[in-house]
Write a protein that binds this ligand. Structure first.
Ligand code: HEC
Length: 116
């Protein structure tokens, strides 16, 4: 009977640890320096990752390594450029695929990718 409880205890411990770490945002990266003073509002990186995977990854690659669209990882693209590209589009990239909060979140995530 005791043995049967062990996996349950382990599961509970892992769950609690995960929730605590997620709540505290222990591993949340800071605001990329590129955003300071630019006037571009950065949203939430984690929500941005979801927005990116739904609206951008098909062209820019799941990891930002590029595809139909250019690679974004490690390119040091300024946030003002990221925002204007989303707003105005360019090439086969349609304008305003995302806007409002989703756009701010996406910019935060792409800024973290391009700063890598
Ligand atoms: C239909 C394919 C497609 C989708 C979807 C798409 N892009 Fe693009 N993206 C492109 C292409 C193609 C370019 C190059 C456009 C050009 O040359 O003007 C580009 C350019 C960019 C650039 C500028 C890169 C540079 O070198 O300066 C950024 C930043 C960017 N996209 C971000 C995003 C984000 C963020 C999303 C999601 C909200 C997104 N893209 C969705 C195709 C796409």
């Amino acid at each position: 009977m005791r043995k049967a409880l062990r996996p349950l205890a382990l599961f509970a411990a892992v769950t609690v640890t995960t929730v605590v770490l997620a709540t505290l945002h222990v591993f949340k990266p800071g605001t990329p320096k590129a955003a300071v003073g630019s006037g571009v509002k950065l949203g939430d990186i984690y929500r941005g990752e979801t927005v990116y995977s739904q609206s951008c990854a098909s062209c820019h690659g799941a990891d930002g390594g590029g595809g139909v669209g250019p690679a974004l990882v490690g390119r040091g693209i300024p946030v003002t450029r990221i925002k204007s590209q989303i707003d105005a589009g360019g090439g086969v990239m349609p304008a305003q695929i995302v806007s409002g909060q989703a756009e701010e979140d996406a910019i935060a995530y792409v800024a973290s990718l391009t700063a890598k």
